[in-house]
Ligand binder design. Structure first.
Ligand SMILES: Nc1nc2c(c(=O)[nH]1)N[C@H]1C(S)=C(S)[C@@H](COP(=O)(O)O)O[C@H]1N2
Ligand SMILES: [Mo]
Length: 510
């Protein structure tokens, strides 16, 4: 019976989530308890755990979070089912407590009472199901137990009623959840709309790449990162779906002239196109949270100039549709570099995961202080008045990208044959420019690598180094140079403002 009771608890909990998902079609996907709770966990995860999650699971960190939450939910719901009795509704009380907490969180994330509805209605359905199933289980348990004879017909019938109830509840739960997902997806999904967007042409498109901008060495990252391979980092559990019709950008705060731009306003202006290498502050040494794309967009210095920022303002707090914020130094956005309100990526509208329909891209600043996706607001303010999302969680308020390099090949290959071996990688020093890369084998001299042609100081460069590998175990290091000299050798973790140190690999040569 304990097993059936646990199953009753689990299907009743599934019904809570399924019904809530269906109600959330009407109240907004952000109000579904699975999402609202997950997002709250994300916002309150301690830095150490988050770092560990990103470095262990990379971009699948969200999937892992949902799986963990699912396991906890199954265990708790099972225990609630085991504890529940017709005369002693302990499990129902546990459901109710969960429902109230989820309702409060839903209300806080999505405008008020509507945001609480999915959790409240879902929990009510779940409690009704748990009560009904428990009554059936209690009834069949009360029937006289026949130990010596074959199962009494009455008992077998009771058991069938219990199993039937559990199965029916499970089917209802899955049905409601799927229906909610499908309807909600169809209602909010902007993938189809994105296919129809026609991008304006840039006054200054990116010219053809010079020869040798991409060395095309096997195992070496390409100079331009295809959209499908571009790393994705954000706090959004459900990718925000922002249609061009509903999108606008409000520039306000410490300005003389507040402005609001709609999508049509943007299309009346002429965009530029620029190559910029975007990097994440959480990128560990040799990590892949960095990518290079061709961005189509509008110069932020021009947009900001129209709003006329006050002379004592020093920060632009950009805010996304889902409430995430980044704080960029105003001086950086208007110093002449190609800081953009981007709408295109590698010749296409921004992919939905990368900020459709509009995001910021600022050469030289880590994404967490600049690259707001699904951006809807630029608030001109001051660093001593406003604190952005990650700064509130212990990361530095200032986030200039540090000069660095990554070894792509033959790192990761366990052993290689002796003889000529190409060591290759990428190096970056956005807005300063990579002036050199050096390679060191086994604590020997640092020797210069060959660099790909520099396309702009805002993008990475590839490098290769011909190594005559001799038998034995070897350790190889690399370091990038910018106009101020070699990158620092000091090893530092990603918190609070980006990792430092030389990328290294050890390899066995036969
Ligand atoms: N709305 C929103 N924008 C965001 C983030 C976010 O969590 N939410 N993360 C930022 C971070 S930390 C980085 S590194 C870049 C990553 O951009 P990408 O996913 O397009 O590579 O987006 C930035 N923009
Ligand atoms: Mo990031």
């Amino acid at each position: 019976m304990a097993f059936l009771r646990a199953m009753a608890g689990i299907v009743a909990a599934a019904l809570v989530l399924g019904v809530a998902e269906l109600i959330a079609v009407f109240t907004g996907s952000g109000s579904a308890p699975a999402y609202a709770l997950g997002a709250t966990v994300v916002d309150h995860t301690p830095d150490g755990v988050r770092e560990w999650a990103i470095s262990t699971f990379g971009t699948s960190d969200k999937a892992v979070l949902f799986v963990c939450m699912g396991i906890v939910a199954v265990v708790v719901a099972g225990l609630a089912g085991v504890a529940e009795r017709t005369a002693r509704p302990i499990g129902s009380v546990a459901f109710a407590v969960f429902g109230v907490v989820a309702a409060v969180i839903g209300a806080a994330r999505v405008d008020g009472f509507a945001g609480a509805l999915p959790a409240l209605i879902g929990t009510a359905a779940g409690i009704l199901a748990l009560r009904a199933l428990t009554r059936r289980i209690d009834d069949s348990a009360d029937s006289p137990r026949a130990t010596t004879e074959p199962v009494a017909p009455q008992q077998a019938a009771g058991r069938r009623r219990v199993l039937g109830g559990i199965a029916a509840t499970g089917v209802l739960a899955v049905g409601a959840g799927l229906a909610g997902r499908l309807l909600g997806g169809a209602r909010h999904d902007v993938t189809a709309e994105r296919e129809t967007v026609e991008l304006p042409t840039a006054t200054t498109p990116v010219p053809d790449l010079p020869p040798d901008a991409d060395l095309r060495v096997p195992g070496l990252t390409s100079y331009i990162t295809p959209n499908s391979d571009f790393y994705r980092i954000d706090t959004a559990l459900i990718v925000p779906q922002v249609s061009t019709d509903s999108w606008s950008l409000r520039i306000h705060g410490m300005v003389d002239q507040e402005i609001t731009l709609t999508w049509d306003d943007l299309l009346r202006r002429t965009p530029v196109e620029r190559l910029v290498t975007l990097a994440c502050v959480s990128n560990p040494i040799n990590g892949d949270l960095i990518g290079n794309a061709r961005w189509l967009g509008y110069r932020l210095d021009e947009l900001l100039a129209e709003a006329r920022p006050h002379p004592d303002a020093d920060m632009v707090l950009s805010r996304s549709k889902d409430g995430w914020t980044a704080g960029s130094p105003l001086s950086v956005l208007i110093d002449g570099r190609d800081a953009l309100l981007a709408i295109g990526m590698n010749g296409e509208p921004l992919p939905v995961r990368h900020g459709y329909p509009a995001r910021l891209v600022v050469p030289g600043l880590y994404g967490y202080v600049s690259a707001t996706k699904w951006v809807t607001e630029l608030e001109v303010t001051r660093f001593d008045r406003a604190t952005a999302y990650w700064t509130r969680r212990g990361w530095s308020a200032q986030g200039p990208i540090k000069t660095g390099t990554r070894i792509d090949t033959p790192r990761g290959r366990g052993r290689i044959p002796k003889g000529r071996t190409v060591i290759a990688g990428v190096a970056w020093a956005q807005h300063r420019g990579v002036t050199g890369v050096e390679v060191q084998v086994d604590n020997g001299d640092w020797r210069p690598a060959r660099l790909s042609t520099e396309v702009t100081v805002d993008t990475w460069r590839q490098w290769t180094y011909d190594w005559d590998a001799t038998p034995g175990q070897h350790t190889v290091r690399a370091r990038a140079l910018d106009p101020t000299g070699p990158q620092t050798a000091v090893s530092q973790d990603v918190v609070p403002d980006g990792a430092t140190g030389y990328p290294t690999f050890t390899i066995q040569v036969n």
